[in-house]
Design a binder for this molecule. Structure first.
Ligand code: K7E
Ligand code: CUA
Length: 661
C-alpha cells in the first residue's frame, strides 16, 4: 500500500488535482473533547469491550489492542523473529520460520481473518498472510501464539490472503505477482502472457485447525488483490478482486492502468470440490514447508512437502467466472446478507455493487460478453446491482454494520464514507488523518456485525503526534458509529504499518484465555519436571543442560566442564504453575536472544561456548523481589583442560584460594 501513493499520483485526469496534502493537516486544534472523548475512555482497572487483532505490515507481527481504549496489549510474532520472547531464536520455535528457501525470519503481514462458524466469530484462531515468501499462519487465540505456518508453492506475493469460508472450511490465498510455474520457470519476462500464472490455493482447515492445501486453481496471469468468501446464499462461492488484467510486466503504474475495467473473479468452490472428487485434479511437484507447533512438547517441527493438487479452470468449466469491475479494484467485500459484493476500484469514480442472485442468473442465461483466457466474462450489467455515485476518491476497502450500511475507506480523499447498501446512497463522511487504508467494524466481515465502532488504519500521521525523526508513528483512529453520524473519538498509535484488522467481543476470547501450561502435560524431551530432574549431560561436543526456573533461582546455577567449542543447549523448564509468571533466560555473548518461558513450558537457548572463561546467566523477567538474585555461572575451559562436567545449585564448596584452577 505504500506504493499506492505513487500509483495513484501516476494517473492522469481525475486524480491529478489532488495531492497527498489535499486533506490539510489541521493538527491538534481539532482535538476531541467532552462526551466524544469519554466514549473511548476505559477507566483504570476496567476491561475493554473488544479485542482488536491488527496486522503489522512490514513488521511481520500482529498487534493486539483494546477497543475503545486503543491500548496495546500484546505483540504476536508471526513471520518475524522476536527477541522479546525468543520466537525464532529458541530451538523450539526456529522450525516455525523454515521455508523451501530455508530460514526466513521476516515477512510482510497485511491481513488477518478470525475463524468463523456459520459465518460468525467463534474465537478459535486468527489466520495471517505473509506476502513476500508466500505463507499463511494460524494463531491460537487461547495462547495468542503462532502455532502453524504453511508455505504456498507456485505463488508470488501472497496478498489476496488469508480469507476464510463461512465455517472456516478453507483459508484461501491467492497471488499478487503472477510467476512462471511448472517444470520450466527459466523463461523470458516478456513471455508473461504465455508463461506467467496466478494461483488460488484452497487450504483445508480441519477441526483442530491443521492446514493443508486441498487444491490450487491455476489462473491466467493477473494480480489478485483481495478476496472474500460468499456467505448465506452465496456460501460455496468466493470472490476475488483483480488488477493488471492488462498483463503488464513493466511500469505497471502506467501499463496496468490501461483498461477501463478489470475483474472480480467469482469461484464456485463447491464445484471445484466435485471435480476434485471425480479425480480431475493434477498432482504437481513443488516444494513447500509446513511448520507446526506441538503444544504438548512445546516444539515446532518443519516438514518439506513435495506435491500439490491443481485444477485448471479453463478446462474444467463452471468453476470460475470473471465480472468486469472498474478500475483496478482493490477491496472486494461481501455484505452480511451474502447477496451484495462490493468492488472498490481504487481509480474508479464510483463503487459498483454486484448482486449474487443476478450473477447466478447471468451464468444460467450465459449472459457473457466473451472470455478472458478461456474463462467466461459475465456482462457487467447482468451482474450489477447498482453503483454508488460520487462516493469519494480512491475507494479501497469496505466493512459493514448490522443495519445495512457499508463503510468504505477513501485513500485519496482521506475519509470514511458511510452508505446504504440497498439504496446505494451516501449517508455520511468523516475525514481521516490521513490517507486511510483498511478499516474495521467489529464483526464487519461476518454475518452478524457487532457494529458500534469503525476503526481507520492510516498511512500517514503527519502532525498528529510528537515527531520522532524522519518516521512518525503508525496510527489508527476510532469512530463511534452508534448514531447516524460517525464521530471521531480517539487516535491511537500502532506498531508496524497496520493493514487489515478485525475486532472481536472480549467475552468471546477472555474465558478461553490460557493461564499456564500444565507441568503434567509437558512432554518436552528435555523438560526437567522438578529440580530433582535437573542435570547436565555431554553428548560429543554438545552439552545439554536440563534446567529449571522457579522464584527465585535457576537449577543448576553453577555449571562446569563445558569445553571451548561446545554447543551448549540450555533447556529451561519454568516450574511455576501460576498465571503471568514467566521467567527469562539469557547468557553473556549469546548470538541470538533471550528466551521467555511461560509457566509450565520448556524452551531452549543454544549457546556456542566459543571462548574460555566464566559466563554469567540470569533471569530477564522481573519475577519477584529476589529476581536480581536469579542468576548463575557457566564455566568454559580450554579443550585440553581436564574439567569434568559438574553442576549444582546451593552447594557451597570449600573456597579455593590462591591463584590458578
Ligand atoms: Cu489495502 Cu495490502 Cu490490504 Cu494495505 S492492502 S491498505
Ligand atoms: Cu525469574 Cu526473574
Amino acid at each position: 500500500m505504500k506504493t499506492l501513493n505513487k500509483f495513484v499520483w501516476g494517473m492522469a485526469g481525475i486524480l491529478a488535482a489532488f495531492t497527498i496534502y489535499s486533506c490539510k493537516p489541521s493538527g491538534p486544534s481539532e482535538a476531541i473533547t467532552g462526551d466524544a472523548a469519554s466514549k473511548a475512555y476505559v477507566a483504570p482497572g476496567k476491561y475493554d469491550e473488544f479485542y482488536n487483532i491488527v496486522s503489522g505490515g512490514f513488521n511481520g507481527q500482529i498487534g493486539v489492542y483494546g477497543i475503545p481504549s486503543g491500548r496495546l496489549f500484546k505483540i504476536i510474532p508471526v513471520f518475524a523473529t522476536f527477541p522479546e520472547n525468543g520466537y525464532g531464536y529458541s530451538e523450539e520455535s526456529k522450525p516455525m520460520l523454515n521455508t523451501a528457501n530455508g530460514f526466513v525470519p521476516w515477512d510482510d503481514l497485511h491481513h488477518i481473518s478470525l475463524s468463523t462458524t456459520n459465518g460468525e466469530h467463534d474465537g478459535r484462531w486468527a489466520f495471517a498472510n505473509g506476502n513476500n515468501t508466500p505463507r499463511v499462519a494460524r494463531i491460537d487465540l487461547k495462547t495468542f501464539k503462532t502455532v502453524e505456518i504453511l508455505e504456498l508453492p507456485n505463488s508470488g506475493g501472497n496478498h489476496s490472503s488469508p480469507y476464510i469460508t463461512e465455517n472456516t472450511e478453507y483459508v484461501v490465498a491467492s497471488t499478487r505477482f503472477s510467476v512462471p510455474i511448472g517444470d520450466n520457470t527459466d523463461v523470458p519476462i516478456s513471455s508473461f502472457k504465455k508463461n506467467f500464472k496466478g494461483t488460488v490455493s484452497f487450504i483445508k482447515v480441519d477441526t483442530s485447525g491443521h492446514m493443508n492445501i486441498a487444491f490450487q486453481l491455476v489462473t491466467p496471469g493477473v494480480s489478485f488483490d483481495l478476496a472474500r468468501a460468499g456467505k448465506g446464499p452465496s456460501h460455496g462461492w468466493f470472490f476475488f478482486s483483480t488488477y493488471n488484467t492488462e498483463q503488464a510486466y513493466t511500469l505497471l503504474e502506467v501499463n496496468a492502468s490501461q483498461k477501463d475495467k478489470d475483474f472480480i473473479m467469482a469461484v464456485n468452490w463447491k464445484k471445484a470440490e466435485e471435480y476434485l472428487k471425480q479425480g480431475k485434479g493434477k498432482t504437481v511437484k513443488s516444494k513447500y514447508a509446513h511448520n507446526v507447533l506441538n503444544e504438548s512438547t512445546h516444539m515446532s517441527s518443519s516438514e518439506i512437502l513435495e506435491e500439490v493438487m491443481q485444477l485448471d479452470p479453463a478446462e474444467l468449466k463452471d468453476i470460475v467466472y470473471f465480472i468486469p469491475c472498474p478500475k483496478s479494484p482493490h477491496g472486494c467485500d461481501v455484505d452480511p446478507s451474502g447477496e451484495y459484493i462490493v468492488g472498490s476500484g481504487k481509480l474508479a469514480a464510483l463503487i459498483p455493487v454486484f448482486s449474487f442472485s443476478k450473477l447466478q442468473k447471468a451464468i444460467a442465461d450465459k449472459s457473457f460478453e466473451g472470455d478472458f483466457a478461456g474463462i467466461p466474462v459475465v456482462k457487467y450489467e447482468s451482474a450489477l446491482y447498482g453503483e454508488v455515485q460520487k462516493p469519494g476518491l480512491g475507494p479501497l476497502h469496505t466493512e459493514f454494520d448490522a443495519n445495512g450500511n457499508a463503510y468504505t475507506s477513501m485513500f485519496v480523499s482521506s475519509e470514511i464514507v458511510k452508505w446504504n447498501v440497498k439504496e446505494l446512497k451516501v449517508l455520511d463522511r468523516a475525514p481521516t488523518y490521513y490517507s486511510i487504508g483498511h478499516l474495521c467494524v467489529p464483526g464487519g466481515p461476518t454475518k452478524k456485525p457487532h457494529g458500534k465502532y469503525v476503526i481507520a488504519y492510516n498511512k500517514i500521521t503527519k502532525d498528529r503526534y510528537l515527531p520522532t525523526g524522519p518516521e512518525l508513528t503508525q496510527s489508527a483512529q476510532l469512530y463511534d458509529i452508534s448514531g447516524e453520524k460517525m464521530k471521531l473519538i480517539l487516535d491511537f498509535p500502532t506498531t508496524g504499518e497496520p493493514h487489515y484488522a478485525e475486532a472481536i467481543p472480549a467475552e468471546l476470547l477472555m474465558p478461553k484465555s490460557q493461564k499456564i501450561y500444565r507441568l503434567e502435560d509437558n512432554k518436552h524431551p528435555y523438560a526437567a519436571l522438578g529440580e530433582g530432574k535437573t542435570k547436565v549431560e555431554r553428548k560429543g561436543n554438545e552439552v545439554h543442560v536440563y534446567m529449571t526456573a522457579i522464584r527465585s533461582h535457576l537449577t543448576p546455577d553453577n555449571i562446569e566442564g563445558i569445553k571451548q567449542g561446545d554447543d551448549v543447549y540450555f533447556h529451561v523448564t519454568n516450574l511455576e504453575q501460576d498465571w503471568d509468571v514467566p521467567h527469562g533466560f539469557a547468557i553473556k555473548g549469546a548470538n541470538n536472544a533471550e528466551i521467555l518461558i511461560m509457566p509450565g513450558e520448556t524452551q531452549t537457548l543454544k549457546w556456542k561456548a566459543d571462548r574460555v572463561g566464566v559466563f554469567p546467566f540470569y533471569c530477564t523477567d522481573f519475577c519477584s523481589a529476589l529476581h536480581q538474585e536469579m542468576q548463575g555461572y557457566a564455566r568454559v575451559s580450554a579443550p585440553n583442560n581436564n574439567v569434568e562436567i559438574k553442576y549444582s545449585t546451593g552447594k557451597i564448596e570449600d573456597q579455593i584460594t590462591g591463584a590458578g584452577q
